[in-house]
Ligand binder design. Structure first.
Ligand SMILES: C[S@@+](CC[C@H](N)C(=O)[O-])C[C@H]1O[C@@H](n2cnc3c(N)ncnc32)[C@H](O)[C@@H]1O
Length: 257
């Protein structure tokens, strides 16, 4: 029996439930709504897509169903964005094409090429980096690393936006450590913005320990908070800043062990 089950969230979009991690891939109150809020609207990516005249690079932690990549394609279609975009992502446990058959993003995003694209992708993945392009968006490249984040070799381009989207720290601990955020920092440029749905102090402390400036932002769909980070404090000027030194003290003092 498969360890991954399909589920419809409250905004009508699909998510999956992993029996191994004992967690949904997205917020059960709305997969598409939360992803738009956390990764596209709050960190300013929607604005950046419309302003940027050069190229953009995005790194996603955890490709999962491919929803965030499909949302990027959807924004680019609707906003008429034609700049070169490199979307990097990592996935150690890819889903099967049968699982992809069940998800409904092509209905929500009204595009009938998305499902065949994902099915081809999941049936042809090789260990290490894989590059895919999609006919409808010739300026966008997807670079998907099939393997553990620990094994990932840094992408060629410095990253402008990080979508930090693993399972929660309770069940996916290795992706919320200071070492992980240090590795992301090495992939960043000074103006990069990292966003995550997670508001846990332990995750924020690990980000601070790795040298990121951090702030809280309004969470999606009734969640009180999410977290946003940058190496450039000015990028966080519209948000309520957190006390990095205090969080590091608590981490070093064993508060989160
Ligand atoms: C919450 S889901 C990601 C959801 C995804 N962004 C989407 O929109 O569907 C987390 C993903 O991270 C993957 N993952 C967990 N631990 C990992 C690791 N150490 N390295 C790489 N991928 C990992 C899981 O298999 C899962 O697909």
């Amino acid at each position: 029996m498969s360890s991954i089950k399909h589920h419809i969230t409250k905004d009508g979009s699909s998510t999956l439930y992993s029996d191994v991690f004992e967690q949904y891939y997205h917020n059960p109150n709305g997969a598409v709504s939360e992803s738009r809020h956390v990764f596209f609207e709050t960190p300013g990516l929607v604005d950046q897509l419309q302003m940027a005249d050069a190229q953009l690079s995005i790194f996603e932690m955890g490709f999962g169903t491919g929803l965030n990549f499909l949302l990027l394609l959807d924004y680019c279609s609707k906003l008429n964005v034609n700049i070169p975009i490199h979307f990097y992502s990592v996935e150690a446990f890819p889903v099967t094409t049968e699982t992809i058959d069940a998800i409904n993003y092509e209905e929500i995003l009204e595009d009938d090429v998305y499902k065949p694209f994902l099915k081809t992708l999941f049936s042809s993945l090789q260990k290490g980096w894989n590059t895919f392009s999609i006919n409808t968006h010739p300026t966008i490249e997807l670079h998907l690393f099939y393997g553990l984040f620990d094994e990932l070799s840094a992408p060629e381009n410095k990253i402008d936006f990080f979508f930090h989207d693993p399972f929660s720290p309770e069940v996916n601990d290795e992706l919320w450590t200071a070492e992980t955020f240090k590795k992301l920092k090495a992939m960043a440029n000074i103006n990069s913005v990292l966003s995550t749905y997670c508001a846990a102090s332990k995750a924020r402390a690990a980000l601070a320990k790795a040298g990121w400036n951090i702030a809280r932002a309004k969470g999606a769909l009734g969640k009180r908070e999410m977290t946003i980070a940058s190496l450039n404090q000015e990028k966080l000027s519209g948000f309520k800043r957190l006390n990095e030194s205090r969080l590091i003290e608590r981490l070093d003092g064993g508060d989160f062990d």
